[in-house]
Design a protein around this ligand. Structure first.
Ligand SMILES: Cc1cc2nc3c(=O)[nH]c(=O)nc-3n(C[C@H](O)[C@H](O)[C@H](O)COP(=O)(O)OP(=O)(O)OC[C@H]3O[C@@H](n4cnc5c(N)ncnc54)[C@H](O)[C@@H]3O)c2cc1C
Length: 466
């Protein structure tokens, strides 16, 4: 089988802008009241991203950065920046907070990086339906606070909720806290509409309905600039954080399969194999993981607690710690799950990288085969999710980096066992998670970015047309 790991940047890529193009672009931006950012420090800051978690991507993306940056505070300013790029033929990469994992916001061919950090407002919340519209650059943590003040909450959140932006999550993210209940961001019913700006000499401000917005969702900003988004929300719950411990891995796995199949209202369930638990910081008051126990982290509704107490002894679990979300000190549980587990493990040992897989059903035989073959080289971290209406287990195993060949062999073994790969060592939208070319994404690029200026190199379907 061919390697799924890139060894070079996707091609063809446009040439970086010439000094003449850059000066003309900067002059147009200034004329529109926008201040171009061009110092080395500013451009380096705009080139940071979680690609460093991948030893495959790091050598390919390190040092890639924009030639100019700019921050917009309104749709009018976004229109002006898009027009200037189209006029001078300069490529344009969008950036939220830069917490993406695969270099999604890293420009492969220089050009302009546009941040919408001045667009931070919650514009509308319908108190009856809970449907809200917010500007692209709002930080998810701020959005969450404003929704909670009105009895609502976001259905899905990345573990980077405190630092990442709404448009960055829609264009780059996929799942996270809430996925156990609500599935994935691209599932119909979450994203109900988008306002976008096209990249043309006379850019258009378009209102897309849910069906049209799907092509922009998880497209790495390759086929439209999101300026605001309309989403469904959920009724706010006072989530309780619980840390459980199980002496045996099989018990923790059984609990991860059985708890989401009950009527308990849960928002996150994460299982950490003992060696992973030992690498993590724990909330104040929660015992540090020093032994051989496997940990299961839960966010549960208050009314789930009595039933959970009764369920735990037969499952073999013990409750180690409990606190309402927002009241505990130190690290909250939602910053121990999803890719935050990898973050903490890498802070102990930067030689760790990771994978993202959806396990086949039944999970136990596939996991047992993987654990047996890979031993201590792969440490297990599971996340309960709802995939196409079914409760499933995803995993983000920590992988000791032993080179491309070993990672390829692990991926081949996992996929041969029936695991679905969401490859965090890929550059294009398709190779990262979508699996194949989505004709609707490519068609949307042709409509909204006919010259192919948005985030060049990231949409394989478009490159294949070139
Ligand atoms: C420790 C860690 C934990 C994480 N946990 C999760 C998780 O639980 N779930 C998850 O899904 N992801 C997770 N991620 C990935 C990432 O944090 C999230 O997807 C995050 O929401 C991205 O938001 P951002 O503002 O940082 O986007 P950025 O990284 O800035 O951008 C992401 C993509 O969106 C595009 N984009 C940004 N703004 C716009 C716009 N206005 N219009 C069009 N395109 C735009 C960018 O070009 C880029 O391609 C994690 C990453 C790390 C490092």
């Amino acid at each position: 089988m061919d390697s799924l790991l890139p060894s070079a940047l996707p091609q063809p890529l446009p040439a970086p802008a010439t000094p003449v193009q850059l000066e003309a672009l900067a002059a147009d931006l200034r004329a529109a009241g926008l201040e171009p950012l061009r110092s080395s420090g500013e451009l380096d800051q705009l080139a940071a991203d979680g690609f460093v978690y991948s030893p495959v991507l790091q050598p390919l993306l390190q040092g890639r950065r924009a030639q100019l940056g700019v921050r917009a505070g309104s749709s009018q300013e976004v229109l002006a920046a898009a027009a200037a790029c189209a006029r001078h033929g300069v490529s344009l990469t969008l950036r939220g907070a830069g917490t993406g994992n695969y270099g999604q916001a890293i420009p492969l061919a220089g050009g302009l990086v546009l941040e919408l950090s001045g667009m931070q407002r919650l514009l509308e919340l319908d108190p009856r339906s809970g449907v809200f519209t917010a500007e692209a650059g709002i930080l998810l943590g701020d959005l969450e606070q404003q929704l909670q003040a009105r009895g609502r909450e976001l259905r899905l959140l990345p573990s980077t909720v405190r630092s990442s932006s709404l448009a960055g999550y829609l264009a780059g993210g996929s799942s996270g806290i809430g996925s156990l209940r609500w599935g994935f961001l691209r599932d119909p019913g979450h994203l109900l509409g988008l306002e976008i700006v096209t990249v043309e000499a006379n850019p258009r401000l378009l209102q897309l309905d849910a069906a049209e917005a799907l092509a922009i969702n998880h497209a790495y900003g390759c086929n439209g600039i999101i300026t605001s988004a309309t989403l469904a929300s959920a009724a706010a719950v006072e989530w309780q954080q619980l840390v459980l411990e199980f002496p045996h891995w099989e018990q923790a796995l059984t609990a991860a399969q059985q708890l989401p199949a009950t009527a308990l209202l849960l928002n996150m369930l994460c299982v950490l194999e003992a060696p992973v638990a030992r690498l993590l910081p724990w909330p104040q008051g929660c015992p540090a993981a020093t032994g051989t126990g496997h940990r299961l982290l839960l966010l549960a509704a208050p009314d789930a607690l009595p039933a959970l107490e009764a369920l735990l002894p037969p499952l073999g679990g013990t409750l180690l710690w409990q606190a309402a979300q927002g009241t505990s000190r130190g690290i909250p549980l939602r910053e121990l799950c999803w890719n935050h587990t990898t973050l903490h493990a890498r802070s102990q040992n930067p030689a760790f990288t990771y994978l993202q897989l959806l396990l086949p059903q039944p999970e136990a035989p596939a996991l047992a085969a993987l654990r047996e073959r890979w031993g201590d080289d792969v440490l297990w971290h599971l996340e309960a999710v709802r995939a196409q209406g079914q409760q499933r287990l995803a995993c983000l195993p920590l992988v000791h980096w032993r080179g491309h060949e070993a990672l390829d062999a692990l991926i081949t073994h996992a996929t041969d066992l029936g695991c679905l790969l969401f490859n965090p060592h890929a550059i294009t939208v398709e190779d990262g998670g979508l699996g194949g070319v989505d004709a609707a994404q490519v068609a949307a690029k042709a409509r909204h970015d006919p010259a192919g200026l948005l985030n060049p190199g990231k949409l394989r379907g478009w490159l294949e047309l070139a």
